[in-house]
Design a protein around this ligand. Structure first.
Ligand code: ACM
Length: 275
């Protein structure tokens, strides 16, 4: 199975330009599963809900249409991060002062047939809590060419329960669109998540710096793919665009034995803890 990621520096608050760039940059590159960063179409730094609204889209919407057409052209399934504009909620408090929408930091899987899955980030990071609602649906996995795949977004990596939950559901690969700002954390945690769950992990981070008023974010790149034994199969620089696709054997993630006498799933002491 060919899996990979595209690490790049999205145009700031310019969804159309990002779609145009991705269309040209990803042209003629194919993979079974290619992961893009968190908020890949908008950039990450927002100061007002008006700014968020200007970059938000419903799903399906123009960007998922764009990725569906790219998926067909390149015969590739994509996972990309975006701002999801959801339908109005019954409660005014859910509407973030807009009477027409709520926003989620979401990740979308879409394949050449147009099948789609949407994951809403469960663990919001820092100022994201000013703009987005936290994910409100149970974790889930889905099938990609016979392989079981799950999605998490960026800060979710700090909560091992999330990856463990997907593993217990059968995930062999976790797709992890990210906009990391804490140097080195996720490269370490996601490698650990690979080892402790015996799964593949595609960490797709972004690069670049965004500045808005007095606030700035520098993103740390270092995208990587780790394997069930914890090997780093490929990794990228902290500041360079990188489109990387590698071949893996996803069946390696089905074997949860660590020694002849130890299995990561059946050795769990669920009598002593909850997850
Ligand atoms: C993050 O969750 N974007 C750090």
């Amino acid at each position: 199975m060919k899996i990979g990621y595209f690490q790049y520096n999205p145009f700031y608050h310019d969804v159309l330009q990002n779609r145009e760039y991705l269309g040209s940059r990803l042209a003629n590159h194919s993979a079974d599963l290619l992961v893009l960063p968190e908020l890949a179409l908008s950039g990450y730094l927002f100061r007002t809900n008006e700014e968020v609204f200007s970059c938000a889209e419903t799903i399906p919407g123009p960007s998922s249409d764009f990725f569906h057409s790219l998926a067909k052209k390149n015969n590739t399934s994509y996972v990309y991060g975006c701002i999801e504009k959801a339908e109005p909620k019954a409660s005014a408090a859910d509407d973030l002062n807009y009477n027409f929408s709520s926003f989620y930091n979401s990740s979308v899987y879409i394949n050449p047939s147009g099948d789609m899955k949407i994951y809403r980030k469960a663990h919001l990071f820092n100022r994201e809590k000013n703009h987005f609602l936290p994910g409100n649906a149970p974790f889930f996995v889905f099938d990609v060419q016979g392989v079981t795949v799950g999605m998490l977004i960026c800060f979710d990596h700090m909560f091992p329960e999330a990856a463990r939950t997907l593993t217990l559901m059968g995930a062999q690969i976790i797709c992890h669109p990210s906009n990391l700002v804490l140097q080195g954390y996720a490269q370490a945690t996601t490698r650990s998540r690979s080892i402790e769950n015996h799964i593949f992990w595609i960490l797709a981070n972004r690069i670049g710096t965004e500045q808005s008023g007095a606030v700035s974010c520098t993103y740390t790149g270092g995208s990587q793919i780790t394997s069930p034994d914890g090997s780093i199969l490929v990794s990228s620089a902290s500041d360079e665009e990188d489109l990387t696709v590698i071949d893996i054997d996803p069946s390696l993630a089905l074997d949860k034995n660590i020694t002849q006498g130890n299995n990561l799933l059946t050795d769990r002491r669920t009598d002593l803890y909850q997850v």
